[in-house]
Design a protein around this ligand. Structure first.
Ligand SMILES: Cc1ncc(COP(=O)(O)O)c(C=O)c1O
Length: 382
């Protein structure tokens, strides 16, 4: 059983998908063309964003968002120490400096008190990250940010479908992003991402930055560049073939989110109270209506690495999210952090493992995984 596959879902989507691909081939603009524009319109409707800008991956989306939000060289952004590395490398790539904070051990999101403690006179923004199945505590983060006059830029790469009182992830602060990496709740057939914002200045600047610093949508590689804005941009455009995949998959998104919730509930029911299990996902109450979306089913266990080896022997794929907290990553060694600085992040990195969770998974698959976990902790390793 692989950690992730969507082979069956793709087969089922073929009629819808092939319609989009045929339209794309007939149209003739294969990058940043009309399928990308259709996706942006559809996603703006789905999320409620005034600016939904398609780009080539979630990491570039973060870098461009930070640049568009006005990050200057040397500005600091407070980032949780336990997250995907791109949350912090994006800050460095935008010529800023990540300042780390610890996480809430229940939700894995940035701890607002620790975030407040990381603020210095150079701090420009806080970057909450919505990990695995739920939103960070955006009320508390907004309070900390407001009291220091900071921007809130969300790494909502994993957050599609998550809402707080009806407001979609990425739109709870000044701007956010989505990743459409294949394993994501809405995944492409390769890399893709999006910037979301309701801020006109950020939206317009991000639109210019993703496209060589050009203004407008023109993609005419042979005509020379006549519409440069004066800002150095990148080539971060989305391929239309990925937009076709995403448009087709969007028709099943809510159904697939529902199936993910069923599978997560089945895991929780089956694993609760079992030997070796330290923590199962819990969804924190917030002061508003929020909805979990199970992108990842993450558990904490005793002897994590031995369990992973046992599951691998049984042919069951797992993924360790995230094996090393960011303050201990070699690429951030010059920031001067050390072991013990963020105990909750370090504990999670030691004990956490994600189990297979995707719409193609069956109820029987869940039982197979859970039985293999039971066997490991009861000493039946055959
Ligand atoms: C929290 C988080 N941030 C950033 C990213 C980067 O997205 P991408 O892989 O599309 O570059 C991801 C996904 O991989 C992620 O999960």
């Amino acid at each position: 059983m692989p950690f992730f596959t969507q082979a069956t879902s793709f087969q089922n989507l073929w009629p819808e998908l092939s319609r989009h691909v045929h339209e794309l081939m007939d149209h003739g603009k294969y990058s940043h063309g009309h399928k990308v524009a259709e996706l942006e319109k559809t996603m703006a409707r789905y999320t409620g964003a005034q600016h939904a800008l398609a780009v080539n991956n979630g990491t570039d989306a973060l870098v461009l968002l930070l640049r568009a939000a006005g990050l200057e060289p040397g500005d600091e952004v407070v980032v949780p120490a336990y997250t995907f590395v791109a949350s912090a490398t994006s800050v460095a790539l935008a010529r800023g400096r990540p300042a780390f904070a610890d996480i809430d051990p229940e939700t894995y999101a940035i701890d607002p008190e620790s975030a407040a403690a990381a603020i210095t006179p150079r701090t420009k923004a806080i970057m909450p990250v919505h990990l695995f199945c739920q939103l960070a505590d955006m009320t508390a983060i907004a309070k900390v940010a407001a009291s220091h006059d900071l921007q809130v830029l969300e790494d909502s790469a994993e957050g599609i479908g998550m809402r707080w009182d009806g407001v979609h992830a990425g739109l709870l602060g000044d701007g956010g992003v989505l990743s459409f990496f294949p394993t994501k709740t809405l995944g492409a057939l390769g890399d893709a991402g999006m910037i979301l914002t309701n801020d006109k200045t950020i939206g317009e600047r991000a639109g210019i930055l993703r496209h060589h610093g050009r203004m407008g949508r023109t993609v005419d590689h042979f005509a020379g560049i006549s519409n440069l804005s004066g800002i150095s941009g990148t080539n971060s455009k989305m391929d239309d073939i990925q937009a076709c995949i995403l448009l087709a998959k969007l028709t099943r998104l809510e159904e697939e989110i529902g199936r993910r919730a069923e599978l997560a509930a089945a895991y929780t029911e089956r694993l609760a109270g079992r030997p070796g299990i330290v923590r199962l996902p819990t969804v924190a109450p917030r002061d508003g209506v929020t909805n979990p979306v199970f992108y990842v089913y993450l558990i904490e266990v005793e002897r994590r690495d031995e369990l992973v080896a046992h599951l691998t022997d049984r042919g069951i794929g797992t993924e360790v999210y995230y094996p090393r907290p960011l303050h201990l990553q070699p690429c951030f060694a010059d920031l001067g952090y050390g072991p013990g600085d963020f105990p909750n992040a370090e504990a999670a990195a030691e004990r956490a493992v994600a189990l297979p969770l995707y719409p193609d998974l069956t109820d029987e698959d869940v039982e197979v995984v859970c039985r293999a976990i039971d066997d490991f902790y009861s000493g039946n390793r055959s």
